[in-house]
Design a protein around this ligand. Structure first.
Ligand code: ZN
Ligand code: ZN
Length: 254
């Protein structure tokens, strides 16, 4: 499985893009940034977008991707897949002909460039050439983490979450698990904010690690750009050598 980091951050800064990952060139996991990281031919190759939740830093790139697809004349389309409340929000609150055009009817309702698919929570489902299990996590809006594998290797993707249980429990025993891709938003001094906004800090991650499968690398994404240096220093102090920050534009093969 090839995982390309299109956006490694929890917001936007200069050269720092919101969260998005491209698996095997065809499947997005979150879509905070797409067009800012991919050429047009690479965008047209995207077939599915698995979305953790409807916050802008995870979906803004889907707006521009849909426009790229809308202008192309080769019949490309993306299927946006998530749990029911996320799909409902995307339909009603984003692609609603007010905030952004309803690309599920463009260029024609019979052959749109955006399709939706509702994923069933806690059930493993086929998405493209992957197997995906959405599991609800602990955020301020309905949010899923995902267990993603290709039959031989896989990862756990946390979405945005504060301390959580079900995702780690569900992934327990997954064969071929190569990494936990875990969010971290704020430095330790903003712990109270992390608690309200339901995000991780390095101190919370240190505790979360005890719930994770042993010896599996923990790859961090979603640090807010202005805190990157501070959070990096705090993460580096977590003992055990399991925790590292994902590098934007890097492709990880597992
Ligand atoms: Zn986020
Ligand atoms: Zn969020």
């Amino acid at each position: 499985m090839k995982i390309r980091v299109l956006g490694a951050f929890g917001s936007e800064g200069i050269g720092q893009r919101p969260s998005a990952f491209l698996v095997n060139d065809k499947i997005l996991i979150d879509g905070g940034s797409v067009s800012g990281a991919l050429t047009v031919p690479e965008q047209l190759a995207v077939e599915h977008a698995i979305v953790s939740h409807a916050h802008l830093d995870h979906i803004a790139g889907l707006a521009y991707l849909s426009e790229t697809l809308g202008f192309c004349e080769v019949g490309a389309a993306v299927t946006i897949a998530s749990i029911d409340p996320v799909i409902t929000t995307l339909r009603a609150g984003v692609f609603n002909n007010t905030l952004w055009p309803d690309f599920s009817k463009i260029p024609h309702p019979d052959v749109p460039v955006v399709k939706y698919r509702t994923l069933i929570e806690d059930v493993e489902q086929r998405v493209g050439d992957l197997w995906v299990t959405p599991v609800a996590v602990n955020h301020t809006v309905p949010t899923a983490g995902f267990i993603v594998h290709d039959g031989s290797t896989g990862v756990i993707y946390s979405g945005d979450t504060g301390p959580t249980q079900a995702l780690w429990r569900t992934a327990c025993g997954l064969r071929g698990l190569r990494a936990v891709i875990l969010e971290c938003a704020f430095p330790n001094r903003l712990g109270p904010l992390a608690q309200v906004a339901k995000h991780m800090t390095p101190a919370l991650i240190r505790r979360e690690i005890d719930k994770l499968p042993p010896n599996i690398p923990v790859w961090i994404f979603h640090v807010k750009p202005q805190f990157h240096e501070e959070v990096s220093e705090e993460l580096a102090r977590i003992e055990g050598g399991r925790v590292s920050i994902l590098e934007q534009d890097h492709t990880y093969s597992i």
